[in-house]
Write a protein that binds this ligand. Structure first.
Ligand SMILES: C[S@@+](CC[C@H](N)C(=O)[O-])C[C@H]1O[C@@H](n2cnc3c(N)ncnc32)[C@H](O)[C@@H]1O
Length: 156
C-alpha cells in the first residue's frame, strides 16, 4: 500500500517464493509506471488509493505499508486501515512502517526542519488506535534502526 517506485516490492519478490505474487498499489501513475518498468516476474502494480483498495475481500496473505500512511489525508487513514483489514484473509498479517523522529531535542528539531512534515510526527500519534480500531490484533510494535518504527498485526 503506497508502493512508490516499487523498491520494497522488489525486495519482497523473492521472499514470497516463485509461486507467490506481490501487488504494489500507489495513487501516482508516474510511480506505478516506474515500478512496472523494473517489475520482477511475480510483481504487478495498480494505480489506486489506500482508502479505496480495488481488490476483493480476503485476497492477500500480507499487507505492507512503508512510509505511506503519513502521505495520506488524515481523514482517509482510518478507512485505509479498514480496507487493509478487508483485503487480508483471516489470519493474514499487516506490517506498517513509519518514520520516527530522532530522540534528542536538537536533532529532532533539525530533522523536522530539514525533512519537512514526515519527521515531525511521532508514529504512535500518527497511527493512534487506527490499527486495533480496524479490527487488527497488534502483535508487536517498536523501534527499528534508521529512524523507523513498525507495527505488526494480524487479522483474527
Ligand atoms: C515515501 S513513498 C513510500 C514508498 C515505498 N513504500 C517505500 O517504502 O519505498 C510514499 C508513497 O505514498 C503514496 N501515497 C500518497 N497518498 C496515498 C494514498 N492515499 N494511498 C496509498 N498511497 C499513497 C505516494 O504516492 C508515495 O508513492
Amino acid at each position: 500500500m503506497g508502493c512508490g517506485t516499487g523498491y520494497l516490492t522488489r525486495i519482497l519478490s523473492p521472499v514470497v517464493t516463485r509461486t507467490g505474487h506481490v501487488t504494489g498499489l500507489d495513487p501516482s501513475p508516474a510511480m506505478i509506471g516506474h515500478a512496472r518498468g523494473r517489475a520482477p516476474a511475480n510483481c504487478s502494480y495498480v494505480v489506486g488509493a489506500g482508502q479505496r483498495l480495488p481488490f476483493p475481500d480476503g485476497s492477500f496473505d500480507l499487507v505492507v505499508s512503508s512510509l505511506a500512511v503519513h502521505h495520506m489525508p488524515r481523514e482517509a487513514r482510518p478507512e485505509a486501515l479498514r480496507q487493509m483489514f478487508r483485503v487480508l484473509r483471516p489470519g493474514g498479517r499487516l506490517l506498517i512502517a513509519e518514520f520516527r523522529p530522532p530522540d534528542g531535542r536538537l536533532t529532532r528539531r533539525l530533522a523536522g526542519l530539514l525533512s519537512g512534515p514526515a519527521m515531525r510526527h511521532d508514529p504512535r500519534d500518527l497511527l493512534g488506535t487506527m490499527i486495533p480500531d480496524a479490527g487488527f490484533q497488534v502483535e508487536a510494535e517498536g523501534r527499528l534502526p534508521n529512524l523507523l518504527y513498525h507495527v505488526r498485526a494480524t487479522r483474527p
